[in-house]
Design a protein. Structure first.
Length: 304
């Protein structure tokens, strides 16, 4: 298996020193944000982790390897490349075998993190059950992965491009705990409110770390969602963003978008229709997640 995995120098050294490592996904870089803001944000997020005692490991598929940690040149190349395939669980073997460039989704990043022994992962938003899934069966592989891989995922909740209620039902069926970091309500990415309760409110990094450690000590497979609300000052107006999401959904329907293109299409439309406001909010919430994620990773590392 080792032939398929390559650690960056920074990650290798961090592991040898017993430092907490935090995984970062790369679909958010290739499909979630435009160049050059994507590369700049990725660098800033990595630095926030370092500044708070953790080692960043941005994950991507390059040259027939799952890279655990990218060098600065790799990050630049990746963020600016034209032919990057979105890689979820299904896509990993083909992209490695054909030496294509793959951007790992939440699901694929969790797989890579677990293979590398990384217990915590920071991102923006997770995939979920799409609206209309009762006929399209469009349910993100992220959810199945949360039930399978032993990785904690810090995010800002789920966007209301999804059916948040059904997403929570699916996670409940699969036994994935959804914890609210300092909140009783599941945040909806751009806003702090979704109208849905989390399963457990957690108030400290230690509470999160102890819960994860207990789960894994019990030999229960799978991870957990740690939902960290966007800071109040960065949140978008609920009615403004709801209206835009409805328009994006209608357009996706009209154009018959399906499969792996649905999420990137909706994210792109939202960005376009908000004239960049969503991008600013997206960057702010990912940085905030990195801050919280670093603290959780440190607490997890102190509780081995
Ligand atoms: N939701 C977001 N931002 C993202 C994604 C989802 O708010 O960048 C990306 C993540 O990489 C996630 C993926 O894992 O989309 C889910 O895609 P799908 O719904 O096709 O599984
Ligand atoms: Mn899908």
């Amino acid at each position: 298996m080792k032939q398929y995995i390559e650690l960056s120098q920074e990650v290798q050294k961090g592991m040898e020193a017993g430092l907490p490592i935090v995984a970062l996904e790369s679909t958010i870089i290739s499909h979630g944000m435009p160049y050059p803001q994507n590369v700049q944000t990725a660098r800033e997020v990595e630095q926030i982790l370092r500044d708070h005692g953790a080692v960043p490991a941005t994950i991507a598929i390059i040259d027939g390897k799952i890279k655990i940690g990218l060098s600065d040149e790799e990050l630049e190349m990746f963020g600016n490349a034209k032919d990057v395939a979105k890689a979820s669980r299904r896509d990993i073997p083909y992209l490695i075998a054909t030496k294509k460039i793959g951007a790992t989704t939440v699901a694929a990043t969790m797989i890579a993190a677990e293979l590398a022994g990384i217990e915590l992962f920071v991102t923006g938003g997770i995939g979920g059950v799409h609206r209309g899934a009762e006929t399209t069966m469009d349910i993100s592989a992220d959810l199945e992965e949360l039930a399978t891989s032993k990785v904690g995922v810090v995010c800002a909740g789920a966007k209301s491009i999804l059916d948040i209620g059904l997403t929570l039902e699916f996670l409940e069926t699969k036994g994935v705990p959804v914890m609210g970091y300092g909140t009783d309500e599941l945040p909806a990415f751009f806003t702090r409110q979704s109208g849905f309760d989390v399963n457990f409110r957690v108030n400290t990094p230690e509470e999160v770390a102890n819960t994860l450690r207990t789960k894994w000590n019990l030999n229960m497979k799978g991870g957990a969602v740690i939902a960290n609300p966007i800071p109040e000052v960065d949140a978008l107006d609920h009615d403004f963003i709801t209206d835009i999401i409805m328009k994006a959904l209608a357009e996706a329907n009209e154009q018959g978008i399906h499969g792996k293109d649905v999420t990137p299409f909706l994210l792109g439309k939202v960005k376009e229709l908000t004239e960049g406001k969503s991008l600013v909010a997206n960057i702010a919430l990912v940085k905030n997640n990195a801050l919280v994620g670093a603290k959780i990773a440190v607490a997890l590392n102190n509780n081995k």
